[in-house]
Design a protein around this ligand. Structure first.
Ligand SMILES: NC(=O)c1ccc[n+]([C@@H]2O[C@H](COP(=O)([O-])OP(=O)(O)OC[C@H]3O[C@@H](n4cnc5c(N)ncnc54)[C@H](O)[C@@H]3O)[C@@H](O)[C@H]2O)c1
Length: 415
C-alpha cells in the first residue's frame, strides 16, 4: 500500500492581502494535498483573525512570532510582511529549523542581505524568494527562445514597465512610499524586473546608472489630505479611492487600522513621500549585455514591453495587464530573425490565476514533488540578493549621481 505523503507544516507571517490570498486561501485551495497551515502570525491580531476567516482555516493565531515557532515547530515559514521586516523574520525562522519562502523583495539593504545569507549557510535551511514573474507563461517561453539561440547571443535589452494610475498609486498610499520600508520602487517593485533580467541573461549586473524623480505624487499634487476616507477633496481628486467599495480590502484593513493606525487609503500627495515615481536605469552585465530599463507609476496602461536584441535577430513582447481597450486572452511574442531569416509570431495563452498563471506554476514548482525545474525558475537567496543589489545601485546612482558598481555593495555575494 502506498504510504501517505507527509504534508509540509507551514506557518504564515503577515496577513495582509498577499499573505491572505496567495499564501493562504489560494495555497490551501489548490495545494492542500501537499501543505497544512499550522499557525498564523501578525502583529495586528484583528487583521489576522479576519484573514483566518477569509483563508478558511482554524489554525491558531499569534502576535508573538517566536512563540509560534517554539510551540508549533513548523517546517516552513512563509514571510509576507513589509519588506524591511523580512530579514528579521527570515533569520528567526531559519534558526528555529524551518525553511522559508520570502515574498519579494527578499529584503532592503546590503546588511540585511548579509544577515539572511549568513543564517541560511549556518542553519543549512533553504530560503526561496517568490519571483512569480519568472513563471508567467510568456517569461518561460522567452527564456526557452533565448536558450535555444533563436536570436544568437543577446547583446542588449530594452525593458519598460508601466504601472497604471490604480496599481501605481497604491504604492503611494502605504509604507511602500518610504525608502526605509521598501527601499523605494527600484527595490520593492523593480526587484521582479531585475530578477527577470538576471535570470533571462544568466549573468550578474555589474554597474548601474539610474535616474529617479518624484514628478507626479507626493508634493506634486494640487491638494492633499491625510487619507481618502476623511479628505475634503474627494470630488476633485483623480486618485480618490473609496475603500468601502472593495469589500475584501475594507474588511482586512479598515477596522483593523484602529489597532495599529495602518490605513489602506493614505493620501498619495503626502509631502513626506520620499521615493521616486519615475525611474530609468542603464545596466551593464558581466556578460557584456547592456540594458535600458524604465519604470513609470502613473500610466493609463498596466504592463510591460521588452525586447532582446541579438547578433541574429530580436525578440519582442508587449504584454498588457490592464488597458483602455480589449486585448486577446493571449500575448504575442514576435521573433524577428536577421538576414532574411523570417518572422515568427508565437501566441502564448493566458492561464488562470495571478500573473497569467505564473502564481500557480510557481506553487506547483515549489510544492509538487518531482517538479522538473529545467528553466531554473525556482529562485533562492542569491537571486533575491542580486536583484535587490541592482535596485540599490540604481537608487544610489539616482541620488548621488554617477554610475554605481554593484560588487562593492556586497563583495561576498556580487563577486
Ligand atoms: N510577489 C508578488 O507579486 C507580490 C505581490 C504583492 C505583495 N508582495 C509582497 O508581499 C509582502 C506583503 O505585502 P502586502 O501588500 O500583503 O502587505 P500589507 O502591508 O498589506 O500586510 C503586511 C502585514 O504584515 C504585518 N506585519 C508587519 N510587521 C510584522 C511583524 N514584524 N510580524 C508580524 N506581522 C507583521 C502587518 O500588520 C500587515 O498585516 C510584501 O513584501 C510585498 O512586497 C508580493
Amino acid at each position: 500500500m502506498e504510504q501517505a505523503r507527509q504534508r509540509i507544516r507551514y506557518a504564515l507571517v503577515g496577513t495582509g492581502n498577499r499573505g491572505t490570498t496567495m499564501w493562504g486561501r489560494e495555497l490551501l485551495a489548490g495545494w492542500s494535498e501537499f501543505v497544512e497551515l499550522v499557525g498564523i502570525c501578525d502583529l495586528n491580531l484583528m487583521r489576522a483573525e479576519r484573514a483566518r476567516t477569509m483563508i478558511g482555516s482554524t489554525a491558531p493565531l499569534y502576535a508573538d512570532f517566536d512563540a509560534m515557532l517554539a510551540e508549533l515547530n513548523p517546517s516552513l515559514v512563509i514571510v509576507c510582511t513589509p519588506d524591511d521586516t523580512h530579514d528579521d523574520l527570515i533569520v528567526r525562522a531559519l534558526e528555529s529549523g524551518a525553511d522559508v519562502i520570502s515574498e519579494k523583495p527578499m529584503t532592503t539593504t546590503p546588511e540585511k542581505i548579509a544577515r539572511i545569507r549568513e543564517a541560511e549557510a549556518r542553519t543549512g535551511r533553504r530560503v526561496d524568494v517568490s519571483f512569480n514573474y519568472r513563471f508567467s507563461p510568456t517569461s518561460a517561453r522567452i527564456k526557452e527562445l533565448i536558450e535555444e539561440g533563436a536570436i544568437g547571443e543577446v547583446t542588449s535589452v530594452d525593458f519598460h514597465w508601466y504601472l497604471d494610475n490604480q496599481h501605481g498609486a497604491d504604492y503611494f498610499r502605504r509604507w511602500h512610499a518610504f525608502t526605509k520600508h521598501s527601499g523605494s520602487l527600484f527595490v520593492h517593485k523593480a526587484t521582479h524586473h531585475f530578477d527577470l533580467l538576471n535570470w533571462y541573461l544568466d549573468s550578474d549586473p555589474v554597474e548601474v546608472k539610474g535616474f529617479g524623480q518624484l514628478l507626479h505624487y507626493g508634493p506634486n499634487g494640487p491638494f492633499r489630505g491625510e487619507r481618502c476616507r476623511t479628505c475634503p477633496h474627494t470630488g476633485e481628486c483623480d486618485y480618490y479611492f473609496d475603500l468601502s467599495s472593495d469589500k475584501f480590502l475594507d474588511t482586512l484593513y479598515e477596522e483593523p487600522s484602529s489597532v495599529d493606525g495602518y490605513v489602506r487609503d493614505a493620501c498619495v500627495f503626502r509631502e513626506d513621500i520620499d521615493i521616486p515615481d519615475t525611474m530609468t536605469a542603464s545596466i551593464l552585465y558581466r556578460s557584456g549585455v547592456q540594458v535600458s530599463y524604465s519604470l513609470n507609476t502613473y500610466m493609463p496602461i498596466e504592463g510591460h514591453h521588452i525586447a532582446f536584441n541579438g547578433h541574429r535577430g530580436r525578440i519582442e513582447l508587449r504584454q498588457y495587464e490592464r488597458q483602455p481597450w480589449s486585448v486577446p486572452p493571449a500575448d504575442e511574442i514576435v521573433v524577428i530573425k536577421s538576414f532574411g531569416g523570417g518572422t515568427e509570431h508565437i501566441w502564448v495563452p493566458h492561464e488562470p490565476g495571478g500573473h497569467y498563471g505564473g502564481d500557480n506554476r510557481m506553487r506547483d514548482m515549489i510544492f509538487k514533488p518531482g517538479s522538473n525545474d529545467r528553466l531554473r525558475q525556482r529562485a533562492g537567496s542569491r537571486a533575491g540578493a542580486m536583484s535587490v543589489l541592482c535596485g540599490l545601485a540604481a537608487l544610489e546612482s539616482s541620488r548621488a549621481g554617477g554610475a554605481v558598481a554593484i560588487t562593492p555593495l556586497s563583495p561576498e555575494i556580487a563577486r
